[in-house]
Design a protein around this ligand. Sequence first.
Ligand code: SF4
Length: 269
Amino acid sequence: IVYSNLIRKYFKNTKPIVLGGIEASLRRIAHYDYWDDKVRRAILFDAKVDILVYGMGEKSVLKLAHNLKTGKDWKDIRGICYISPHPKEEYTILPSYQEVKGDKKKFISMFHTFYINNDPLTAKGLCQQQDSRYLIQNPPSYPLAQKELDKVHDLPYEREAHPYYRKGGEVKALETIKFSITTHRGCYGECNFCSITVHQGKVIQGRSEKSILRESKLLTKLGDFKGYILDVGGPTANMYGIECQKKLKSGSCTDKRCLYPQFCPGLKI
Ligand code: SF4
């Protein structure tokens, strides 16, 4: 919110401003804000930006950049949200911000509809009135294929803190990730307190063993490598390589959970 408002103030002609990342993604509809202890509007409205990319976003960002560059319409791109004066005709309408901000039952109903519309194979687009205008959320991006995910992880990342922050001393957060390897993304755990599913989706997308080994070798060549890799895994439990064919073909079930109260036989290990 602060950065985009500063851009608006000092670089008035910047257009469009596109917001992304996990914070923006999880605040894409009306949401509870712990710091303010209240329900806030969709972040697009407070940050005064033009487009929000939600989820992991690689496909949406590439398509959006392409369409903006070539002057094509971008409003149907999956995995994005934007503001509109009207709801979109075939999209599902969520209870409005005004309705959910003071009514817990309405909030629960809003979240339920939002939650069951997170699977790219079955999700409908969503609209939510915020003030006199509407938030439009297009259906999510499709998961990355293994080759695509390998490509993302094979990019030449810097693997260092920005020199601006280095000046202030060691960056603690880097210590835990610099010598760790991400093997997969997504989660079908559905723990009620966790938000990873509405960001990364329920489908497990795993890297190939070759790609994981390539990164392991690369880490051993970094100057401060101490001889061990701290962690190999995903943001979730170890779901690497475990998926359900039914989910991949026709989307996740809305009437039962994959792991609770028991492990669904649909998951093949
Ligand atoms: S069939 Fe089982 S494992 Fe597959 S999506 Fe449904 S609950 Fe999950």
